[in-house]
Structures are given as structure tokens and as C-alpha cells.
Design a protein around this ligand. Structure first.
Ligand SMILES: *Cc1c(COP(=O)(O)O)cnc(C)c1O
Length: 349
């Protein structure tokens, strides 16, 4: 096979990025190890425990439980599953802001729970009062997003946790994308900032691990145990992950990326990404476009669809938000030079 993978040189709207070189090498070595069978593959199981420990450090949890999932979708689904299984409501529901990732729609469908979406505030963050209006004693889970996929907004997690407490629900924070940037901000988003029960944080996005490496974290082991099923033909007695055979490459790659980058490398990525986002926001604003100010390294702006189309024709990989704005995610592979070339093409468009 002679085909080449997509080059990252013009990729501007993806939340994937170039893995760290150490992560690539580690992924290659552990390609055939299955962390889903830890008794047969103890070396990769050790690496997974180390990944979970470091993800705990990043998210303010001293004794973390959880595992390396296939991505944010699986981790979010597992959070909904854990909450549903714990609930004694006949028809449990999940309340989330409408800015929540579409993986929750899949989770609700697969798990047969009702997903209630609350309107967001003027800054596109969850509105705790609106969430409260939709929550009731049958609410199994309240979801907050720490770094929304479309606009990079951080929901008021402590206020959402207070709503959850009022109705006796669990609290899940989806930091799939934002989790590797937020430790370097003064936001309240993590396990130490609020009584959060579970969290999604994906090493394969800003963590620079190879795909597939998502993170599902829980404050209590009981939550993970609640997801476990018996595994009659494996040596290990039970399995909490949704998938069976899993990627040793994702686990080992995540371990190597964390080792190389936490915390200083991630801090540099964040600072550089945010500076690039602010630069791009200024460049777009000075050209007369309406810009949604970046909070994290992500810019959205009201650029006409026809202009975006001609940028795509130039090879720029840009995808719009649901509302049609141009959206640029300043991932680690996105350099200032790339953004300058992009703006030059925008001027020419
Ligand atoms: C990307 C993303 C997800 C989904 O993660 P996958 O790894 O693509 O499954 C979930 N939540 C948020 C906030 C995301 O940005």
C-alpha cells in the first residue's frame, strides 16, 4: 500500500494532532498487547495504571480510578451507564447543556435514557438555572463540559454540581478536549474544585497520544466496579471497559506522551495555542468578521460559507460549527506560520 496519511500542514478544525515522537515509538512496541486482558499482558496493564495515576494528577484527584478508553465517546457513554445503573428511577434522565458533545446522544440512545438539553447562557456556557429547571428526582446524571467542542467554553462546574446534589444525581465533567489545557488556567473544572464523580479526558486530543487513547476517570472505585462484568474465559475475573480487546498502542502511547509532556510540555502547548488563537481572533476581527473570543485555544468566527468553501478548495481542512461559523482549533501542530498563510488565503478569497 503506497497511500500517504493526511498531512497536518493545513488541518485547522481537527482535535487530533501529531503524536509526540516518544508516544509513536511506545505505541509501536505495544501494538499487539491487549490491556483488556491484564493477566496475560501485565506490562501494558502496569502502564495503564500509571496513565490513570497521572490523569488523576492532572484532574485534581489523588486516588483516581478508571481506565484508558477508546476515546471521549466511550468515556462519556460509560459515565451515563454508571449513573443509569446506580439510579433507582424507572425512567432515568441525564441533564446537560445543549453545548454538550453529540456522543451523549449516542449514549442516551444505546442506554435507553432520556437526554434533556438545557439552553446555554449568552457566553455559550451551561446555565445552572436552566439545568435546574430540567432536573428532577429521576435525574441520574448532570453533565458539564470543560472545554466545549464548538467554542471551547468552560461550564460553571461547581454550580452544576450543586444542582446535581439537590436532585441526588451524579456529576460528570467532559474534559475530553480541554483537560490538557485547563490545569494552566484559573478555572474551576476538576475533581478538587467540585464534588465531581466522573470525568472524560482524552490523551489522544491535546495530550498528544496516538489514537485511540481516551480517559475515563472516577472518584470512587465503586463506580468502576458498577461497570464491570464477569469474564469467564479470561484469566482476569472482570472487565469494566466497554470494548473487549483494546489498544495497547493507545495505552503505551498515552503513557509515553504524559511522561514527555506533563506538566511543562503541556503548559507550553497551551500557552502557544492560546497565543495563536488570540492572534487569529485579532486578525479576523480587524478584517471585520464577528469573532467569538477564545477562552481556550479555539476560535470561531462568522465567515461566510462561500469564503470557507474557497479556503477548502485551497486545501484548508476547516469545518463549521452547527451555527455555521468558521472554527479553528489551535492544536499543537497549528503554527503561527500556518495561520499567517491561512489569513493570506482568506484575504485572497
Ligand atoms: C472530541 C470530544 C468528545 C468525543 O471524543 P472522541 O475521542 O472523538 O470519541 C467528547 N467530548 C468532547 C467535549 C469532545 O471535544
Amino acid at each position: 500500500m503506497e497511500r500517504e496519511p493526511q498531512d497536518f500542514g493545513r488541518v485547522l478544525s481537527s482535535m487530533c494532532t501529531k503524536p509526540h515522537p516518544d508516544a509513536r515509538a511506545a505505541a509501536d512496541r505495544f501494538l499487539a498487547s491487549n490491556p483488556g486482558d491484564p493477566t496475560t499482558y501485565p506490562a501494558v496493564a502496569d502502564l495503564e495504571r500509571e496513565v490513570v495515576a497521572t490523569l488523576g494528577e492532572i484532574t485534581g484527584l489523588s486516588d483516581p480510578h478508571g481506565y484508558v478508553a477508546s476515546g471521549g465517546t466511550e468515556a462519556n457513554l460509560q459515565a451515563v451507564r454508571a449513573a443509569r445503573n446506580r439510579s433507582d428511577a424507572d425512567a432515568p434522565n441525564v441533564v446537560a447543556p445543549e453545548s454538550v458533545h453529540f456522543s451523549f446522544r449516542k449514549a442516551a440512545d444505546v442506554l435507553g435514557v432520556e437526554l434533556r438539553l438545557a439552553p446555554v447562557d449568552a457566553d455559550r456556557r451551561a446555565d445552572p438555572a436552566a439545568v435546574r429547571r430540567l432536573a428532577d428526582p429521576d435525574t441520574a446524571l448532570v453533565v458539564g463540559v470543560a472545554g466545549t467542542t464548538e467554542y471551547g467554553r468552560v461550564d460553571p462546574i461547581p454550580d452544576l454540581a450543586a444542582v446535581a446534589e439537590e436532585v441526588g444525581a451524579l456529576v460528570h465533567v467532559d474534559a475530553a478536549w480541554g483537560g490538557f489545557a485547563l490545569p494552566f488556567t484559573d478555572r474551576d473544572w476538576n475533581f478538587a474544585d467540585a464534588p465531581v464523580d466522573t470525568m472524560t479526558i482524552d490523551p489522544h486530543k491535546l495530550g498528544r497520544a496516538p489514537v485511540p487513547a481516551g480517559g475515563f476517570l472516577a472518584r470512587e472505585q465503586a463506580v468502576v466496579d458498577g461497570l464491570a462484568v464477569d469474564t469467564p474465559y479470561l484469566d482476569s475475573a472482570s472487565q469494566a471497559s466497554l470494548t473487549g480487546t483494546r489498544s495497547g498502542a493507545g495505552v503505551a502511547g498515552a503513557r509515553a506522551a504524559l511522561d514527555a509532556l506533563w506538566p511543562d510540555g503541556y503548559r507550553r502547548n497551551y500557552e502557544r495555542g492560546l497565543a495563536n488563537a488570540e492572534w487569529l481572533a485579532d486578525a479576523l476581527e480587524s478584517r471585520g468578521y464577528d469573532v467569538i473570543e477564545p477562552v481556550l485555544p479555539l476560535v470561531a468566527a462568522d465567515v461566510p460559507a462561500a469564503t470557507v468553501e474557497s479556503l477548502r478548495a485551497e486545501g484548508w481542512r476547516v469545518s463549521p460549527t452547527g451555527a455555521g461559523e468558521l472554527r479553528v482549533v489551535c492544536m499543537p501542530h497549528v503554527t503561527r506560520e500556518m495561520l499567517e498563510a491561512f489569513v493570506a488565503d482568506l484575504d485572497a478569497a
